[in-house]
Design a protein around this ligand. Structure first.
Ligand SMILES: Cc1cc2nc3c(=O)[nH]c(=O)nc-3n(C[C@H](O)[C@H](O)[C@H](O)COP(=O)(O)OP(=O)(O)OC[C@H]3O[C@@H](n4cnc5c(N)ncnc54)[C@H](O)[C@@H]3O)c2cc1C
Length: 428
């Protein structure tokens, strides 16, 4: 029997690890609870009706059709046994492994206030995106039928919590939908009257960016019509709206469409691994890994991507934490695959080293901010050029020629017409 490699999760990390083993003399099983690989950086476009789901997701089975050493399975892993080298699926089935790569990603964190979740969905999966899209479009539909001015105003108030890249992208696009896409289509309301608020607990949006770019992003959002509330802490969320505390005191915002883009927590599989191996979890529930991405005392288990609390080990430099972004997950996937091959050959493994190419965020159809690391030093720019850079970078990294072509066509159409074509919502 060839060595059995089991990869849990076919996101950025899992897909890259399996591909890196394409020529290896091993049998690989990739198991995911969904049947698709999802390009999360463009998920907000599905949530805001700009793209349809198949443009940013590809069936996992199709991706591996030509890689004969991969078997693709649909199923959710709920437990891991390091002694018997098996995982248990939700339906009770067992899978055996010799080498395990856990790449199950992250989920939303409501900072212990899970009761907020039904009133403020987060954006992580296609189902989340469909739900947010439904709530945004339904708010306009209900406002068109509402006679009471106060209730209509509440329906036309959209709140995004969290000023990271996803919050900024969502808020900017909501404002564009209200100001450019929908006007002319309603008879009793003016969609331009909609109020879009972005609520951020810290003093600036896009914390990971240099201060100057954060300020540019805030200005660009304001120009689009988004009200940015900084230093504003959410203290409650219910079916009618949310409560905030700001320097000016407590405030109540009525809204039927609140989106949560504020917190990330590791997949619950981190806890399952800790129970199975005694490994350490950090405050976000991520698994603390060894320099080569394995678990202390369990060299045959590696954890990668958003689930890993990993450090980059560049020669001659202090180790530094790896951010939870797709290049980090992909690079870890390649490192984990290479280390499996080294173990099989009896060679020493390599510590993980992260290459940081920078950060991008878009704020509507003409503006973005870009912070790139180049050998000559950081390259930072914003505005239209940054937006073009963002656009082509995202199309380039999409999987599949068809998706790249379709996304470019959809964006070109939306650019000239302001239309957002994916506005069909199914009744629940
Ligand atoms: C809305 C959004 C926008 C983002 N934008 C950017 C961006 O612009 N640039 C950037 O670099 N990064 C961005 N990120 C972050 C980036 O997507 C993540 O860092 C990256 O996806 C992490 O890869 P991963 O392989 O660890 O996890 P994921 O890509 O999340 O994949 C995890 C996989 O595991 C599967 N899974 C989970 N639990 C189980 C289980 N128990 N059993 C079986 N399967 C399971 C999931 O279905 C999923 O397919 C964004 C993330 C989000 C949510």
């Amino acid at each position: 029997m060839r060595p059995q490699v089991l990869i849990i999760g076919c996101g950025f990390g899992g897909l890259e690890a399996a591909r890196a083993l394409r020529a290896a003399d091993v049998d690989i099983t990739v198991i995911d609870r969904t049947n698709h690989h999802l390009f999360q950086p463009l998920l907000y476009q599905v949530a805001t009706a700009g793209l349809s789901a198949p443009s940013i997701a590809a069936p996992t089975r199709h991706l591996f059709r030509a890689q004969r050493n991969v078997t693709t399975l649909l199923g959710e892993v709920v437990a891991i046994d390091a002694q018997s080298r098996t995982v248990t699926l939700k339906d009770g089935a067992l899978l055996r492994w010799d080498h395990l790569i856990v790449a199950a990603g992250a989920t939303h964190s409501y900072f212990g206030r899970d009761e907020w979740a039904p009133h403020a969905p987060g954006l992580k999966t296609l189902d989340d995106a469909f739900e947010i899209r439904r709530r945004v479009l339904m708010a306009f539909e209900m406002a068109e039928r509402e006679d009471d001015p106060a209730r209509r105003a509440a329906l036309l108030q959209f709140v995004v919590v969290g000023g990271g890249p996803t919050g900024v992208e969502l808020a900017g696009t909501f404002a564009e939908i209200a100001r450019h896409t929908l006007p002319g289509e309603f008879r009793r309301i003016d969609p331009r009257q909609a109020r879009v608020l972005l609520v951020e607990g810290n003093a600036r949006v896009l914390q990971a960016m240099p201060e100057r770019l954060s300020e540019r992003a805030r200005e660009q959002l304001t120009a689009l019509g988004v009200e940015v509330k900084l230093n504003a802490r959410v203290t409650g969320i219910d079916a009618e709206g949310l409560d905030l505390t700001t320097a000016a005191g407590p405030e109540r915002l009525l809204s039927r469409c609140i989106v949560w883009a504020a917190g990330v927590a590791a997949s619950p599989l981190g806890r399952a691994l800790a129970d199975a191996t005694g490994c350490t979890l950090d405050r976000a529930g991520r698994v603390v890994v060894e320099p080569d991405l394995s678990l202390a005392g369990h060299p045959n288990i590696q954890v990668i991507g958003d689930l890993a609390s990993a450090q980059s080990h560049a020669p001659g430099k202090e180790p530094r934490p790896v951010p939870g972004v797709s290049p980090g997950a992909k690079q870890m996937g390649r490192c984990a695959a290479a280390n499996i091959l080294k173990r099989l050959r009896g060679q020493p493994t390599t510590p993980f080293r992260y290459s940081d190419y920078g950060n991008l965020a878009t704020i509507g159809r003409h503006s973005a901010v870009v912070d790139l690391g180049t050998p000559a030093g950081p390259l930072r720019f914003s505005g239209y050029l940054a937006w073009l850079f963002w656009l082509f970078a995202h199309v380039y990294f999409l999987i599949g020629f068809r998706n790249r072509f379709v996304v470019l066509m959809d964006w070109a159409w939306a650019y000239w017409t302001h239309d957002r074509h994916a506005r069909v919502i199914a009744q629940k």
